[in-house]
Design a protein around this ligand. Structure first.
Ligand code: SF4
Length: 275
């Protein structure tokens, strides 16, 4: 049997996973371990923290020190881990509902503090696990069990939200653009501060079925056809940015001081020994 290099990153006794056939969560989960391998991060020194939802099941499958926490609370758990041991690489896996609804306040304040975390939001545009309710990232007009005639709530652009709230690395990719997604996550590992990567993933069961988006492959073709690399996006006239087109790539990077360093300075000012 061929041994694949990434298999060591998964708990074989927890597989197969419970995601639906054709779900994009597995692609995003594998992209994280590919980025970990690409950057040569130590498996023993990396912690995976997740909230609640389909995406957050990933922490159970990944063979790291992992915490599967409460709904919306992955970022505060991760902040505590990072402050207790700043040498750890702390990765947060969250979903659009987990991160921007119940966890919305934790998200913006994690960004504001510039905690040195890498947060990967698996955006399936809906609450998948709980039955297909609209999330704060369900696009306008798209159907959900709580929006049978189409959502009228304007969705968050989580990347713009992260940048406005103070994150120092902000990027987006999709489950179709796998190598690009790996690179966006790997770039987040290089940033000492709050890194936010939105990974658009197909949810054929709850989102795709309600919105007649076809098979999982059709949903991935939709990503291929509508995602525009940032350099090309910036050159598009405004009328061509309308409709379902959306940009992917690295949107923002800054070198503001991260929270661990700022906190060490507080400890020094208070007369203690910084970590
Ligand atoms: Fe994936 Fe959607 Fe199924 Fe959840 S409901 S496992 S996001 S396909």
């Amino acid at each position: 049997m061929v041994e694949r290099s990434y298999e060591k990153y998964f708990r074989q006794n927890r597989l197969p996973h419970l995601w639906c056939p054709g779900c994009g969560n597995g692609i995003a989960m594998k992209a994280i371990v590919q980025a970990i391998e690409k950057k040569g991060l130590s498996q023993d020194n990396t912690v995976i923290v997740s909230g609640i939802g389909c995406s957050s099941r990933a922490s159970g499958y990944m063979d790291f020190d992992t915490l599967h926490t409460a709904h919306g609370r992955a970022i505060p758990f991760a902040t505590g881990i990072k402050l207790a041991n700043p040498d750890l690489n702390v990765v947060v896996i969250t979903g659009d509902g987990d991160c921007t609804a119940i966890g919305g306040n934790h998200f913006i304040h994690g960004c504001r503090r510039n905690v040195d975390l890498t947060v990967v939001l698996f955006n399936n545009n809906i609450y998948g696990m709980t039955g297909g309710q609209a999330s704060p990232m369900t696009p306008l007009g798209k159907k959900a069990t709580t929006a049978p005639y189409g959502s009228v709530d304007r969705p968050f652009d989580a990347c713009k939200l992260a940048e406005a709230a103070g994150a120092t690395y902000v990027a987006r990719s999709t489950a179709y653009h796998v190598q690009h997604l790996v690179n966006m996550i790997a770039g987040g590992f290089d940033n000492k501060g709050f890194s936010f990567i939105e990974a658009l993933v197909q949810c054929p069961t709850s989102y795709g079925r309600k919105n007649k988006m076809g098979s999982p492959a059709d949903m991935m073709k939709w990503m291929r056809d509508n995602a525009v690399m940032k350099a090309a996006w910036d050159k598009l006239p405004d009328e061509q940015k309308a409709g379902e087109k959306f940009p992917i790539g690295l949107f923002y990077r800054d070198t503001a001081m991260d929270y661990d360093t700022a906190y060490d300075q507080v400890i020094e000012r208070a007369g203690g020994a910084a970590k």
